[in-house]
Write a new protein. Structure first.
Length: 210
């Protein structure tokens, strides 16, 4: 079984092909503003170097947010088009789930954090067995930090963002094999029903609801 994993929810392109519990090829590139223009060619290169044809993929796992609005749309467009055109199975996971499951078992709690600006973050809290202690949400950073007083053990923040006021940070380095093995059994979704998980309203939506 071959599974394609795709995450473009940040300035990084994270992509891997896992075959029978072995990661046969991966991409971890910070493409910054070139993400939308270079992502597809980089993925095509991954197929080439792993001698994989698009029709060889049995399932796609795509990150649907939270994170960069533009980045999320890039990944979802690629994954949905792929799944629809080749009738490939597809499912989604959140960027915070992927960040949490990639931990190295050094702490009791893992707190994936993505900068949402203006003092807010996207975050959740997971224990070392990947059980969710605090659901993924858009939250004020100080409120999140206050909840840590109730954690009976050690913790680390997982992020690649420069967020002021965080201590004990672990940089996010996706463990593709752990991610795929954990979530490959998640139910398939109709490609047309795959949607972004922003966890907050866009600025236009906020103004509309004001």
């Amino acid at each position: 079984m071959k599974i394609l994993y795709l995450d473009t929810s940040s300035s990084f392109l994270y992509c891997a092909i896992v075959k029978n519990d072995e990661c046969i090829g991966e991409i971890k590139l910070n493409l910054e503003k070139d993400l939308s223009s270079l992502a597809l060619s980089q993925i095509n290169n991954l197929f080439t170097v792993t001698s994989t044809k698009p029709e060889d993929i049995d399932k796609i796992i795509v990150v649907n947010g939270p994170g960069s609005f533009t980045g999320i749309r890039v990944g979802l467009t690629i994954a949905k088009t792929y799944a629809w055109s080749l009738k490939t199975k597809i499912t989604t996971i959140s960027s915070l789930e992927a960040m949490a499951i990639s931990h190295k078992n050094e702490y009791d709690y893992y707190i994936p954090v993505i900068d949402a600006r203006r003092g807010y973050v996207y975050a959740g809290i997971y224990d070392k067995d990947n059980n969710q202690v605090l659901k993924n949400q858009y939250i004020n950073l100080e409120v999140l930090k206050a909840t840590l007083n109730n954690l009976p053990g050690s913790y680390t923040f997982i992020t690649n963002d420069d967020i002021e006021g965080l201590d004990n940070i672990s940089l996010y380095d996706p463990d593709f094999l752990k991610i795929v093995n954990k979530y490959k059994g998640r139910p398939d979704i109709n490609p047309h029903a795959v949607d972004a998980l922003y966890l907050k309203l866009t600025e236009a939506e906020e103004k509309l609801n004001a």
